[in-house]
Design a protein around this ligand. Sequence first.
Ligand SMILES: [Zn+2]
Ligand SMILES: [Zn+2]
Length: 615
Amino acid sequence: MAVHIFIILYEGSAWGCAERLYDTYCIRLLLEQKYVFKIFCYIFNCETQKKERKYSMARTKGKLKKLRVIPLGGLGEIGKNLTVLEYSDNILIVDCGLGFPNDDMLGVDLVVNDITYLISNAEKIQGLVLTHGHEDHIGGIPYLLKKMNVPIYGTRLTLGILENKLAEHELGFQPELNCVCAGDTVKLGLFEVEFIHVNHSIADACALAIRTPLGVIVHTGDFKIDTTPVEGEMTDLTRFGQLGKEGVLLLMCESTNAERPGYTPSEHKIAESLVRIFDLYKDKRIVIATFSSNVHRIQHIISNSVKFGRKVAVTGRSMINIVSAAVELGYMNIPEGVLIDVSEIKKYPPEKLTVISTGSQGEPMSALYRMAFNMHDKIELGTDDLVIISASAIPGNEKLVGNIINELYKKGVRVLNDSVAEVHVSGHACQEELKIIHALTKPQYFMPIHGEARHLYHHKELAEYMGMEPNRIFISEVGKILEIGTDGAKFNGTVPSGIVLVDGTGVGDVGNVVLRDRRHLSEDGIIIVVATIDTQASDIVSGPEIVSRGFVYAKESEPLIEQIRMISREALYHCLDKGVRDWAQLKYKMKEDLSKFIYSQTKRKPMILPIIMDI
Ligand SMILES: [Zn+2]
Ligand SMILES: [Zn+2]
C-alpha cells in the first residue's frame, strides 16, 4: 500500500509549518512503516497563482530510517569528547572538548578535533548540548564557534565557565547560550534531549536521554554514583530506571574507570579526611592544590578553614576565575571577610591561613609550581607549611607532579598527596557503578565511550559479563559511523576526522612538518650558514659565517666551527667553479657536505640552514 500525503498551505504560512507537520508523529510513523513514498506540498498565494513545489522532505523511505552515531573525539583517547548524532537532515552535537598535547607535539598548546564534517553539514546542526563544564567537554567550543554559530544548551555552572572562556576569544557575535536545569527537556529538530542529574567532580553535571525517531539514546557524560555527596543529590538513578523500563535503544557510557573494580569512594570521605588533616596540622599554614572546577571540594576546604579560624587566599588564574564565577552564580558560599588577597597573607600568622592553589597536575608555571621553585612573588614555602595535593596525576603528568613534590621536600615542606593520604577520590564510575547503569537502562545496543582502547575493551567485557550479546556492543573509533535502523545496527563508513593543533593564536597552522622541525631543533640544535656570493664573478663576497644554537657550546668548539666554515666554503666554491648557479643546488651541496662531516665528528644531526645572498 502506498499513500501520498498532500499538505496544502497558503502563502504566508512559512515552510516551517510544513516541517512541523512533517515532524508530527503519525506522518513520521507512516513514513517509517513504508506506507508513504512522497509528501507533496502545495502553496497557494493570494493572487490565486498556484505554485507547486515538491518539498525537499519528500524522500525515499530508506534514507529516513537510519540513525547515525559518529564520535569525533574521546574514543581511543582521554579528552576531546565530541559525539555527533544524525537522523535525516538533523544533527545534534554532544559536548565539544579539547585535549592536551603529547610530549612529541613540541610547543603546541592545545589539541582540538577536526570538525570538517560539521562544517560541511552546518545547515543540519540543531544544537550543541553539554554534559558538564570540564575542559575535555567544553574546551573546544571557542574553536567550533569560530567556524559556525550553533545554539548551545547546558546547565548554569557549565555555561558560567563557558562564558568565562569565550570572553578570552574574539568571536564577533554573541553566541546563543541556553540555560537548562536537570530534569528539563529541550526539543532540537527531530531530537528531544532530557538532562539528568549525575554526580561528578564538578557541580551541575548531567547525563542525557536523547529521544530520536528510532528510540532513546542514553549518554552518561562523566559520572559516578555518590550516595553521600557533600552537596546536592545523588545521581538520579530513578530516571535511569524509568528510561530502562520504557526501553533504551543505545547506551553510550563513559569508560574512564572501567578497569577498576568496586565503587569509587564518596566525596564525603575526602571531606572527613580533610577535617582530620586540618585538626592534625593546626600549627601549619595549609596550601591545597586541587582542580579548580571541583567546586564542592573547594567549598568544603573553605568551610573547614572557617571552622578552624583560618583566612583563605586563592592563587592561580583558573582558580580565581572559577571561584569568582561559582560565588557569583551561588554555587559557593563564603562568609564575609574570609577571603583575602594573596598580597595580604603577610599580615596573618601561618597557622591562620589556607591557600587554595592551581597546579595539582604539576603544570609548569602554575601557582604551585612557582611556589615550589621560588618563583611565586607573594608566597614563599618553608618548614611552617603543609602542602596537600588533592588530586591524582592524570596519566602523563606523574613526572611533573613528582618534580614538585621532590622540590617541596627539599625545602622542608610537609607534603600529603593521594599516595600517602586520603586526599582525593575520582569523579568517574568504577565497575560496580557501571554495572548499575547497565542493569537499569538495559539497552538494546551499547557503545563504550570516553576512554583509551583498554578502557573501552574492559567496558565491553563488563557488559558481556552482565549477559549482553557481543554483537550488540560496538567499540567505535573517532570518525567511524555506527548506523542504527529498525533492522539492526552496524558500522558503515567513516567521516573526515582527526586532530587540529592550536599553537598560540594559530589554529591548524602547525602540521607534521613543523612538528618534525621542532623535534629536530630540540634534539640536535641548528647551524645557520650565511654567505654572500657574486654569481657574475663566481666568487664568495663575504662569509660563510656560522651561527649555531643548541648544537655545541660555540666558545669551546672554535676548531669545530672553523672546520664547518671551511667545508661550507669549499662546497660553495665547488659549485661556483662548476658553473652551478641554482640556489637549491648550492644549498643542497652545502647541507650534504656539512651533515656528513658533522655526523662523523659528533654523531649528531643538527638542522642545517644555509642562507645565501647574491649581490
Ligand atoms: Zn568531567
Ligand atoms: Zn571527561
